[in-house]
Design a protein around this ligand. Sequence first.
Ligand code: SD4
Length: 344
Amino acid sequence: MNRRKFLHLSALTAPLLAAKKSIAGNFEAPVKPIVISTWDSGMAVNAAAWEVLSKKGRALDAVEAGAMKMENTPDCCVGLDGYPDRDGIVTLDSCIMDEYSNCGAVAGLERIKHPVSVARKIMETTPHVLLVGAGAQQFAVQNGFPLESGELSESAKKAYADWLKKSEYKPVINIENLPVRQAGKKGNGPFAPMFFEDGSFNHDTMGLVAMDSSNNLSGAVTTSGMAYKIHGRVGDSPIIGAGLFVDNEVGAATSSGLGEEVIRICGTHLVVEFMRQGLSPEMACKKAVERIVKRNPKKAKELQVGFLALNKKGQYGAYAIQKGFVFSVKSERENQIHQSKFLL
Ligand code: SD4
């Protein structure tokens, strides 16, 4: 065959071969950009992140914008309007991680509106990963973040006053199918959180991960943590490898639910490692959920944890212990809420 004929033939067959490869599923072009986030409130979060991603912006900027959207939403459970700890103080946890495995986090941060941006500042301007409590606040103020009043939002004030009547310490979060759950909404905002009969919020956490047009992954989490927690309690959300993990070669994962259980298994790190071994995002999340259930054979019915993961192909998946975990996805192909599969 002469060279010209060979080139002509390859031009004809190359698209066929490419099509075959994508049917085999091994060489699919990644769906990008894409952003996925926990809960139905993730729709608004994704829209904010999409503003960045659709202009070929960096995933890191997108996830920060998404988390800030939630922190800015009035009467929302995630930021300063969230529910306080048992001493009546709102303390915020957040983290952020980029495609180079740079990461920053804050825990127990009071009176600062955008903990995710403080986390990013720590990542980008200090040699550290995590600042907590008074030190985190001092760092934030020194870096120009305004100190807010620290007053509870109207709905948080009321719920806290109700809770104080019994002051029972029984943290329960995110279990949508328990009988205590009220199918109601508190507050008037479009993202007003679901609440329990005893007044305690669930969905106090927003986690999101994204892949940008350059195939780079990042993630962020922001939360007011578990309502009426012991002052100083920190959950999974600001812990790298628990509430969030990003490995730019493999994928990224985030979690929602009872943080202590996620920390005990290094949940999102585990999910990413399962994806590294070849599991799909959904199967990787399922295996992590199974590990939590395995170590809690009797208590599992009272626990809720959900994992959400994205791989480098732009494939995503979630899995939860119980029914009710939902997540939101935005790409050029879709903009919708999905129900997570569940184990029990
Ligand atoms: C925590 N994981 O503080 C968080 C709570 C949560 O929806 O996800 N709530 O343990």
